[in-house]
Design a protein. Structure first.
Length: 244
């Protein structure tokens, strides 16, 4: 092979080798982890919608042990039902959302779980800010919005999981909140309240002896007077007889 041709071939081969090396180095770098939420065909005002959350592991020494989710406006902790997740994990409501936690996962294992939402709000995008805690106390904060998630310029930011919703189905309406149990009260009494005047009337009625309204004490008094008068007449006649 002529020397000029050989030189060109060597230069071409060297360039290809350098390109391949650079590509391999780039691919060998750490992949950007992320947290996601998915719900196939999710629509605004959809009811009993299953949401699948995934938080990839960024730690090479510890396993994920807890995920805390801050719910977007329009969804309350009472609207969330835990469906499935890592073995031994459970859901606990918080003031601003909920946590899903349990025994630590294996190092490098992604955390994935599913919850059911009673009804999605009437909006276009839902943001579920998530805090991922590892067994060694490290916390990944998946809370950045689109404009903040550029990170270091190489896709290494921590964007919050977002769910895009389709428009609400025709005729879809917001369901009423779950009714709360009202305290029970005793049935009102059908009898008239006892007032002072009623009590006085009852006392007066107790002193009457019949339907004519004559007090019971009156006949007793008349009888006593008759007895006394008879005794007086008897005494007077006795005195007159003794005097004659």
């Amino acid at each position: 092979m002529p020397r000029p041709t050989l030189s060109r071939s060597l230069r071409r081969t060297g360039a290809l080798t350098a390109f391949a090396f650079a590509t391999a180095v780039a691919l060998a770098g750490p992949a950007a982890a992320h947290a996601e939420v998915e719900a196939e065909g999710a629509r605004a005002l959809g009811q009993n919608v299953a949401l699948t959350f995934t938080a990839e592991s960024e730690s090479g020494t510890a396993g994920t042990s807890k995920l805390e989710v801050i719910l977007p406006e329009g969804i309350t902790p009472a609207d969330i039902t835990y469906k499935e997740g890592p073995k031994g994990w459970k859901l606990d409501p918080t003031e601003r959302g909920y946590t899903v936690s349990g025994p630590k996962l294996a190092v490098g294992e992604d955390a994935e779980y599913v919850v059911t939402v009673r009804q999605l709000p009437d909006t276009e995008t839902l943001v579920f800010k998530t805090l991922q805690t590892y067994s060694d106390g490290q916390v990944d904060r998946w809370i950045e919005l689109d404009e903040e998630s550029a990170g270091d310029g190489h896709g290494h930011g921590h964007p919050a999981p977002q769910l895009e919703l389709k428009a609400a189905a025709p005729g879809a309406k917001a369901v009423s909140p779950t009714p709360t149990e009202e305290p029970t009260t005793a049935a009102p009494s059908t009898s008239a309240p006892s007032t002072p005047s009623a009590q006085a009337s009852q006392a007066a009625a107790d002193t009457t002896g019949g339907d004519d309204g004559i007090p019971v004490a009156l006949p007793i008094g008349i009888g006593a007077a008759v007895v006394v008068l008879g005794a007086g007449v008897w005494w007077f006649r006795s005195r007159r007889g003794a005097a004659s």
